[in-house]
Design a protein. Structure first.
Length: 153
């Protein structure tokens, strides 16, 4: 697997709060987008079992489209690690049908309880041109900013 990038942060919250932010569909609905965008209402699914689906649509209508992400969980180690596939489309019908593509990426999210705070790292594996990988990393940095805002409430 080709590692494209990693983003990591430490937040002043208990590990359960951080874990739940990634696993709870209502939480994902609140924060899983860059700070200047929003999640498409009703687009989030998080079936918290190996083989279960996760789905999120990000409203990018200011640029004329929605970005849809979906995949299945392949590893769930509570408060430690999430691994899932990630497919991407701008086609609402493909998103609704959850059409798996052969170029799906792998996402690994690692967690660590640091006592008064908790750490998380998001790593994306797959194939992208270098400039797109840098853009994806910058986008995920903004997602993590949004996660920090969500966790502070």
């Amino acid at each position: 697997m080709n590692k494209l990038y990693s983003v990591e942060r430490e937040y002043p919250v208990a590990i359960k709060a951080l874990w739940d932010a990634w696993m709870d569909a209502d939480a994902l609905q609140s924060w899983y987008s860059p700070t200047d965008l929003k999640v498409v209402p009703g687009s989030v699914v998080s079936e918290n079992v190996v083989g279960g689906w996760w789905t999120v649509g990000v409203d990018v209508s200011q640029f004329g489209f929605n970005a849809y992400f979906f995949g299945t969980y392949s590893e769930l180690s509570e408060n430690k690690r999430i691994v899932h596939s990630m497919n991407y489309t701008q086609d609402a019908a493909e998103f609704a049908a959850r059409v798996i593509t052969p170029d799906a990426h792998t996402i690994q999210i690692d967690f660590e309880d640091r006592g008064a705070s908790s750490w998380v790292s998001f790593t994306q594996f797959g194939e992208l041109p270098a400039d797109q990988a840098e853009g994806a990393k910058a986008g995920m940095e903004s997602y993590f900013d949004n996660l920090g805002i969500y966790l502070s409430h």
